[in-house]
Design a protein around this ligand. Structure first.
Ligand code: 4NP
Length: 162
């Protein structure tokens, strides 16, 4: 399975989601046997080739994740073919993905927090114009959402195998 996280700029939310999810998969043998690729992208083209935002990188390091090797890229139509799961951080990006997504691949696209049972939030807020605490909150929210997403993928795989 290939998993893609999508936000607007691919420098704050989706790179930390990639870093956290890669870490979760690495440490879970069942997940490792099912998920072979994790990536992130932005719907906008503002930050192609750029490092993740330095505030996100700093927050990541402080929480045991390193995302310094990641670089921004923009979503392409080919991603809908290449990936099995595409998780959008907010409704705006979810809607923009669906605008360009081929009909046959639409079931791959969902809101990142729509698989989460323990938060009332439906979107991961954009921290770009926020403060340090906003970046910490985003990281924690994404950590929680990532665990729910892993459960969903493992459950789907079980259902397919059964
Ligand atoms: P992200 O945050 O979508 O979580 O990467 C943003 C990064 C940059 C901008 C907006 C959101 N920007 O407008 O440049």
């Amino acid at each position: 399975m290939k998993v893609l996280f999508v936000c607007l700029g691919n420098i704050c939310r989706s790179p930390i989601a990639q870093g956290i999810f890669e870490d979760i998969v690495k440490n879970n043998p069942t997940a490792r046997s099912i998920i072979d690729f994790v990536d992130s992208a932005g719907t906008a083209n503002y930050h192609i080739g750029k490092l993740p935002d330095e505030r996100m990188r700093k927050t990541a390091i402080e929480h045991g994740f390193n995302i310094d090797h990641l670089r921004g890229r923009q979503v392409s139509v080919k991603d809908f073919e290449d990936f099995d799961y595409i998780f959008a951080m907010d409704k705006r990006n979810h809607d923009n993905l669906l605008k360009v997504c081929p009909e046959s691949q639409r079931n791959k696209v969902s809101l990142f927090l729509s698989h989460n049972t323990s938060t009332k939030l439906t979107e991961v807020p954009d921290p770009f114009h926020g403060d340090e605490q906003d970046f910490i909150d985003v990281l924690n929210l994404i950590k929680e959402g990532s665990n729910s997403i892993l459960k969903k993928i493992l459950k789907d795989a079980d259902t397919v195998a059964a």
